[in-house]
Design a protein around this ligand. Structure first.
Ligand code: HEC
Length: 442
């Protein structure tokens, strides 16, 4: 390249201008990496390589372009062309940021002028409790028992039962989950924490009566890629004296022995005596009808399931769960008046990333009683699925990551009709002011 020539062009008026140079690392790309990548791509965090120095970025340039253009990195796999797009935890890149990165790689990943480099970003300890920034230190930390995973072998499941030590009823505003650092993070694929407590004698909870198979049920679900759960300011979870946690921790081998790992739950309470108007329950919406799943070699398959809401409810999040052949999942509402609305779609599912897409408060879907929720899951057992370990296998339902599943984890906040009507009316007036245009909430 001859920079002296390339840098000048002559505009229609015949005057020579300095041509707008293409993006450089120092000026254009480093700020994007600081904002969207380095939290994981730095020494001591969870990603395989750092993306802080120019040399590291340059070395990985073609991989970076491939992952970013395919919208695999950063891990945010929602279909941006349909459904609700306003989330509390959106970490995706804008189209303009993707274009900048792609152009930079295509131009040979130039450094640019070192004077343009932004000051190094400061990151907190990757092993910290992340929600402590919002709520202060956790009020309660519940640890699983230690487990050790050998270097090689089949996936394992650990199911310890532990006491919480809770001595009085408390309402919970947020829960965070963290496998021990650094090896726990590398081997834990997925952890469930069931809350076991005696709910007899608990009165005044609309949700308890409304959802027969609820009970206290699941306390928290965690999978790689997820941090935790913050409940909206009018809702929470209830924990009672004597409560215990039954863990189910799914672990896979990482090539070296991972000794004495734990998974910890951090619990953040509402102030003592505060009772939120609504109780949120974590529900699993099964898409495969139990274990009914049979995927032929070199085929794609679709599964669907339907749920009729037995009470008015607000849906707080969307979190599909599948394994290696999982490709896409959608959640659709058929309202009692027959209108259909696609609420959310993940069209680029990555089994290593169980991202919990948490709706912004102003758009979290409000579903009248009698609404049908339709879940559709796609599995791709062909060679065109880059995550497929073997397209020539029949694949059935099962716990291992080479088996399949399809379900969706959703926090549902059930409410009484008058409360629901109030929320709906507030949503409508919000819409009329033109300040926000809530989707998924007509
Ligand atoms: C939430 C944490 C997180 C964020 C944010 C994130 N990454 Fe990653 N990235 C990972 C992890 C973990 C892996 C390894 C597992 C995988 O491939 O999914 C990875 C893998 C990659 C790879 C493939 C590495 C290889 O050797 O195959 C590239 C390239 C990449 N990330 C680029 C980026 C870029 C560019 C950004 C920002 C625009 C970004 N990532 C944001 C966690 C993250």
């Amino acid at each position: 390249m001859k920079p002296a020539l390339a840098a000048l062009f002559v505009c229609a008026a015949g005057i020579a201008h300095a041509q707008t140079p293409g993006p450089t690392f120092a000026k254009d790309v480093a700020p994007i990496f600081q904002a969207k990548c380095q939290v994981c791509h730095q020494p001591n965090s969870i990603a395989p390589m750092s993306l802080i120095s120019y040399d590291d970025a340059k070395k990985n340039a073609s991989k970076i372009k491939a992952r970013v253009v395919a919208r695999v990195m950063p891990p945010w796999h929602i279909d941006k062309s349909v459904g609700i797009q306003s989330f509390k935890n959106d970490r995706s890149l804008s189209d303009a940021q993707i274009a900048t990165i792609a152009k930079w790689v295509d131009a040979g990943a130039p450094m640019g002028d070192a004077k343009d480099m932004p000051a190094a970003a400061k990151f907190p300890d990757p092993n910290r409790w992340q929600l402590a920034e919002t709520f202060g230190p956790p009020d309660l930390v519940i640890s699983s028992k230690n487990f050790t995973m050998p270097a090689k072998g089949e996936d394992k499941w650990f199911r310890p039962l532990v006491e919480t030590g809770v001595t009085e009823p408390r309402w919970i505003r947020a829960i965070e989950v963290k496998p021990s650092f650094p090896n726990g993070r590398k081997v834990v694929h997925h952890a469930l924490a069931y809350l076991l407590q005696d709910e007899k004698g608990v009165t005044g909870l609309a949700s308890t009566a409304m959802d027969m198979n609820m009970g206290p049920g699941l306390f928290m679900e965690w999978a790689v890629g997820k941090t935790g759960q913050i409940f909206p300011p009018d809702a929470g979870k209830l924990i009672l004296p004597g409560a215990r946690i039954k863990w189910e921790i799914h672990v896979h081998a990482m090539g070296e022995e991972a000794k004495d790992n734990t998974v910890e739950l951090a619990v953040y309470f509402y102030p003592k005596g505060f009772v939120p108007p609504h109780r949120t329950v974590l529900k699993m919406f099964d898409v495969t009808h139990g274990s009914d799943l049979d995927i032929a070699p070199n085929e794609k398959s679709i599964t669907q399931n339907f749920y009729v809401m037995q009470a008015p409810a607000r849906i707080e999040n969307f979190q599909p769960h599948m394994h290696m052949r999982g490709k896409a999942m959608t959640m659709e509402a058929i309202y009692p008046d027959g209108r259909r609305e696609l609420l959310s779609a993940v069209n680029n599912f990555q089994w290593r990333w169980h991202v919990n897409y948490v709706y912004a408060d102003s758009v979290a879907p409000l579903l009248p009683k009698g609404t049908t929720l339709v879940f559709t899951a796609w599995h791709d057992n062909t060679a065109s699925n880059a995550n497929n370990p073997d397209p020539n296998q029949w694949v059935g339902w099962g716990d291992r990551t080479v088996d399949e599943m399809a379900h969706c984890w959703i926090d549902v906040t059930y409410m009484e009709q008058p409360e629901f009507d109030k929320l709906l009316a507030a949503r409508k007036s919000q819409k009329m002011t033109g300040m926000t245009m809530p989707q998924g909430s007509r």
